[in-house]
Design a protein around this ligand. Structure first.
Ligand code: ADP
Ligand code: ADP
Length: 234
């Protein structure tokens, strides 16, 4: 599903500082249906990797294939179409604050040009799926953190993506809310077979939900494999 091959990402130097190699020869294979955790300290290169996966950045070297397409080579319409099949959720949710929950979830469907009736049906389904049927007309500022992330998840799933990228999706939430969001992601995974990629600085999140993982340090993958193998004590 995702093939990352020998990827290097160098950000141009700012002022007189040295260039930063945010990623340095990273290779990773993520299979369809994996729940793949990428852990590492701040600055390890996790966000950069995620931005490469959804085409927000292009690699300085190497290739990034997602769902059979080399994402870094796509342009305009092709890139937009590919990105509709890659959902993303964020630590701070990135909701549209002046729009209701329904409007937030409908937004990617509008961008995709779906007719009104189809949008409304889909939004109803998604609201039910994330347990927010009663909150469709609320504004994000009226919701708890967990509810906001549920809206984020519903919006990310609107165009039935093959992959859901989760960028520190539970890091702003308390432990109980984190557990409920992880439960929801697991259920969605079971029902749809979606590939989940989670970046997190919390090992506990990986242990709770992932089957495979990679550990990143200073722009490199230093360990990768089955979560059970990596956490098994000798
Ligand atoms: P993580 O998500 O693991 O915290 P990042 O991918 O955000 O790591 O950052 C990896 C490295 O790249 C860090 O040294 C960071 O300062 C640098 N970096 C990230 N984004 C940019 C950018 N847009 N411009 C310059 N340097 C960046
Ligand atoms: P965090 O998760 O770090 O607390 P959030 O993005 O969730 O950050 O925002 C914190 C609070 O501020 C939330 O209650 C949210 O409703 C409100 N808020 C954030 N951005 C805006 C905005 N652009 N307009 C109105 N309210 C906002």
């Amino acid at each position: 599903m995702i093939h990352i091959k020998e990827v290097t990402k160098i950000y141009p130097s700012q002022k007189k500082q040295q260039e930063v190699a945010a990623l340095n020869g990273v290779s990773l294979e993520i299979e369809q249906g994996d729940i793949f955790g990428i852990v590492g300290h701040s600055g390890a290169g996790k966000s950069t990797l995620l931005r490469l996966l959804n085409g927000l950045e292009t690699p300085s070297a190497g290739s990034v294939m997602v769902d059979g397409k080399e994402i870094s080579r796509l342009k305009n319409k092709e890139l937009r179409q590919a990105r509709q099949k890659i959902g993303m959720i964020f630590q701070h949710f990135h909701l549209l604050w002046s729009r209701t929950v329904r409007e937030n979830i409908a937004f990617p469907l509008e961008v995709a040009g779906k007719p009104k009736r189809e949008r409304e049906e889909k939004v109803d389904q998604l609201l039910e799926r994330v347990g927010l049927t009663e909150r469709g007309d609320a504004y994000p500022s009226q919701l708890s953190g967990g509810q906001k992330q549920r809206v984020g998840i519903a919006r990310a799933l609107a165009n039935d993506p093959a992959v859901l990228l989760c960028d520190e999706a539970t890091s702003a939430l308390d432990p109980e809310t984190t557990a409920s969001i992880l439960r929801l992601l697991k259920e969605i995974h079971r029902e749809t077979g979606i590939t989940l990629v989670l970046i997190t600085h919390e090992m506990s999140v990986v242990r709770a939900i992932c089957n495979k993982m990679a550990v990143m340090e200073s722009g490199k993958v230093v360990e990768t494999g089955d979560v059970n193998m990596i956490f098994r004590h000798p």
